[in-house]
Design a protein around this ligand. Structure first.
Ligand code: AMP
Ligand code: MG
Length: 440
């Protein structure tokens, strides 16, 4: 199976995203909108002032200048959240705060900075532009003309009732939360997070931090898969560590299936060794769609499905080769896109860039290689680009850092560089696509 055929076969098993559920806006960040959201209201809901100032009729101050200020009588005051206590007629104004409703009769607002407060007889009560927190003056001088509608935010000028504010499939960001709240909603319909069982296998695998004894190594794949599932928008459920016995692999998988997850990921035990029982267990509990993908690392990858207890869309079964880098890379290539689809995301890939890979890099013929790279950065930390806009990248840990067991190099990687099937040795300085890994 080529990498593309493998992904297509996996996508074919993900007919639709998970069902919607409601979340309050406080819990909505990072979730995926399950339905288009439209504004329930006009925003602003009514004409309001953009400035602290005076609401008046622009015709009254059409001739106002610094030299010939126009006197206007102040007949009322309106705060944000208050209702205007007067309507504005010829030669009069209502003092108004930012966000307060425009009184009837007014068609414009003059900012307080363009006025001087006066007594009824026109004597100045303070300097021009004194702030609008002072006691309400009986009158003002207006020093400048105001355009019709000046400093008024019109009803529905931001959102009209019914305007689309969030498209289904969008990941909810902070601004999405702001607009959905502004559109009059308290909760959002989002896709349920995909639930994913995670099983490590291997007689040598020990829980992280546990005594290793003569032949143990820590389980790094279990925790890494848990984190990767979370990063992809899913919810991990640990199925523990299975010893290399078919009965144990099978029983932990059945226990995992009984929890009705959307997918199960197994690491290790998918190769051709005498202790590799995962494929057998997959075909006993469900069926295998394919085994082996033409990728490096990660060739023995296996994918299948099992019936969901109680019916419904089958559970996806992913068997990932156990070397930690193979697990990490095959998750990126095959599991993450499936979980993104399940989670209702419109996009399932990583941001792709074009780069120059400085190191000569050997690889297996006929397989698409994904090598771990870092970008050169300038002293502000920005990736350096050449004249053609290509990012400059290097292999992490050199060629020897590319071993599929080398966690130290994986931890330093920022991106995967993709070397196509047809290339046997990537030439030093040749161009490649890179997939930025975000926070790997
Ligand atoms: P396997 O795919 O089971 O043949 O394992 C390949 C290599 O990956 C072996 O060296 C295993 O010890 C190692 N390995 C398998 N599972 C894990 C794990 N959960 N954490 C760390 N290393 C693992
Ligand atoms: Mg093993």
């Amino acid at each position: 199976m080529s990498a593309d055929e493998a992904l297509a076969a996996i996508f074919a098993a993900v007919p639709k995203p998970t069902e919607p559920e409601w979340v309050q806006l406080a819990d909505a960040l990072g979730r995926v909108a399950a339905e288009d959201v439209r504004s329930a209201i006009d925003l602003p809901p009514w004409d309001n002032s953009a400035m602290d100032g005076y609401a008046l009729r622009h015709a009254d101050v059409a001739d106002a200048t610094d030299q010939t200020p126009v006197p206007i009588t102040v007949i009322g005051d309106v705060a944000a959240g208050g209702a205007p206590d007067a309507s504005v007629g010829r030669g009069t104004a209502v003092r108004i705060a930012t966000g307060a409703r425009i009184p009837d009769g007014a068609d414009s607002v003059v900012p307080v900075e363009e006025t001087t407060p006066t007594a009824a007889d026109g004597t100045a009560l303070g300097p021009r532009g004194r702030d609008a927190a002072d006691p309400l003056p009986p009158a003002i001088l207006v020093h400048t003309r105001v355009p019709l509608g000046g400093s008024i935010r019109r009803r529905a000028s931001d959102l009209q009732s019914g305007t689309l504010v969030l498209r289904a499939g969008t990941t909810v960001g902070r601004a999405s939360v702001a607009i959905v709240a502004g559109a009059g909603h308290a909760a959002l319909s989002v896709h349920r997070r995909p639930i994913v069982g995670i099983l490590a296998t291997g007689d040598e695998i020990r829980a992280p931090g546990a005594e290793l004894g003569v032949s143990g190594i820590p389980d790094s794949n279990g925790p890494a898969l848990f984190a990767s599932v979370q990063d992809a928008g899913g919810e991990g459920r640990s199925l523990g560590i299975a010893r290399d016995r078919i009965e144990e692999v099978r029983s932990r998988l059945s226990a995992g299936l009984a929890e009705s997850p959307d997918a199960i990921i197994v690491s290790g035990g998918v190769s051709v060794g005498p202790y590799d029982h995962v494929r057998t267990a997959f075909s006993e509990l469900g069926s295998i769609s394919f085994w082996r993908a033409a990728v490096q690392p990660g060739k023995p990858f296996v994918f299948g499905t099992a019936p969901r207890p109680g019916g419904g869309v089958p559970v996806l079964l992913f068997g990932l080769p156990g070397n930690p880098v193979s697990t990490f890379v095959t998750f990126e290539l095959f599991v993450r896109p499936a979980l993104r689809r399940l989670g209702g995301h419109l996009d399932h890939g990583r941001p792709v860039d074009r780069a120059v890979l400085l190191d000569q890099t050997p690889k297996s013929p006929g397989r698409r290689a994904f090598v771990r790279v870092r970008a050169d950065r300038d002293d502000r930390g920005t990736p350096v680009r050449n004249g053609e806009g290509r990012v400059i990248v290097r292999l992490v840990g050199g060629v020897s850092g590319q071993g599929s067991h080398v966690l130290s190099a994986l931890a330093e990687a920022e991106a995967l560089a993709v070397i196509p099937e047809g290339v046997d040795v990537h030439p030093a300085g040749g161009e490649v696509d890179i997939w930025w890994l975000g926070c790997p």
